[in-house]
Design a protein around this ligand. Structure first.
Ligand code: MN
Length: 246
C-alpha cells in the first residue's frame, strides 16, 4: 500500500546519487499518534516541507515562505508527492543536479491530530480542507490547510493558516524562523552542508541513537496526549477526545 503511494517519489530520484531514503526499508517505529516533520530545504528556491503522517506515508507540501504563527498570514503550500516515513529523519545534502539538490535541516517535528469533524483524514484531504493541531518544538496549536486550486496537470495549491489560539503570535509575519538550528542535531544549515557536528537523533526510525536518548520518551504512546493539551490549544473537550481516539 505504502509502496504504491511512493511510486512517484521513487521515480523522481536516483538512489545511487542521493542519500535520501528509498522508502524500501522497514526501520520505521510504529506510533499510535500521528507524527509530523517540517524540513527547511535550501534547494534552488528556499522552502519549508510540511509532512503529515497519514496511512503509512507522509502527505507533503512545499511551503515557500514557511508556516507563520500569525493567523492573518495565508501561506501558500504546494502539494508534492507522498514521502516515505523514514524521510522524517533525513537531514543532509542532496547533490547538485539531483531532484531537490541542496541542504535540508529538520526544522520541527512532533505529533499532529485532526480536529473534531476532520477525523476522517483521507476524506478531509480529498475534499480539500483539514483542520488539525500540531505540537512540536516550533509549531503549537491549531491550523487549517485548505486547497485553493488544481492546475491542468493535477498539481494542487493549498493555503496553510494558523488559527487564533494560545500558539498564535500576532505580527509574526515572517514565520517562526528564529535561528534555524536543527531540532534533531542542533546544527545550522551551513554546518550540515559542511558535514560538521553531530548526527540527527532519530524520531521515526529505530537506528541511530541508543535507547535512553532524549527521544525515547516521545515514543511512549502516552506522550502525544500530554503534548497536545487542551490548555495549549483552547479546544478542550473536542481535542481531548480526538487525541484519546488515536
Ligand atoms: Mn523540499
Amino acid at each position: 500500500m505504502a509502496a504504491t503511494k511512493l511510486a512517484k517519489y521513487q521515480e523522481m530520484r536516483d538512489f545511487a546519487q542521493t542519500a535520501e531514503p528509498s522508502g524500501d526499508d522497514a526501520r520505521v517505529v510504529p506510533s499510535k499518534a500521528l507524527r509530523f516533520v517540517i524540513q527547511k530545504h535550501a534547494a534552488s528556491h528556499l522552502h519549508f516541507d510540511l509532512r503529515l503522517e497519514y496511512d503509512g506515508t507522509f502527505r507533503s507540501w512545499a511551503v515557500p515562505k514557511g508556516p507563520s504563527l500569525d493567523p492573518s498570514d495565508r501561506r501558500l503550500a504546494m502539494e508534492v508527492e507522498d514521502h516515505p516515513l523514514d524521510y522524517g529523519d533525513f537531514e543532509g545534502t542532496i547533490p547538485k543536479g539531483q531532484y531537490g539538490g541542496g541542504t535540508l535541516i529538520l526544522w520541527d517535528r512532533g505529533y499532529w491530530a485532526p480536529e473534531q469533524g476532520f477525523e476522517k483524514i483521507g476524506q478531509a484531504l480529498a475534499k480539500g480542507e483539514l483542520k488539525f493541531v500540531m505540537e512540536g518544538e516550533r509549531m503549537h496549536g491549531s491550523w487549517v490547510i485548505v486547497r485553493t486550486k488544481r492546475d491542468s496537470r493535477g498539481k494542487a495549491s493549498w493555503l496553510l493558516i494558523k488559527h487564533r489560539d494560545e500558539g498564535a503570535i500576532e505580527g509574526n509575519s515572517s514565520g517562526p524562523t528564529d535561528d534555524h538550528r536543527s531540532v534533531a542535531s542542533g546544527r545550522t544549515m551551513t554546518e550540515i552542508t559542511n558535514g560538521k557536528g553531530r548526527a540527527a537523533t532519530p524520531f521515526m526510525t529505530a537506528n541511530g541513537a541508543a535507547a535512553g536518548s532524549v527521544w525515547q520518551s516521545d515514543r511512549d504512546d502516552s506522550a502525544p496526549a500530554g503534548l497536545i493539551t487542551p490548555t495549549k490549544t483552547k479546544v478542550s473537550t473536542t481535542k481531548t477526545k480526538t487525541v484519546a481516539a488515536l
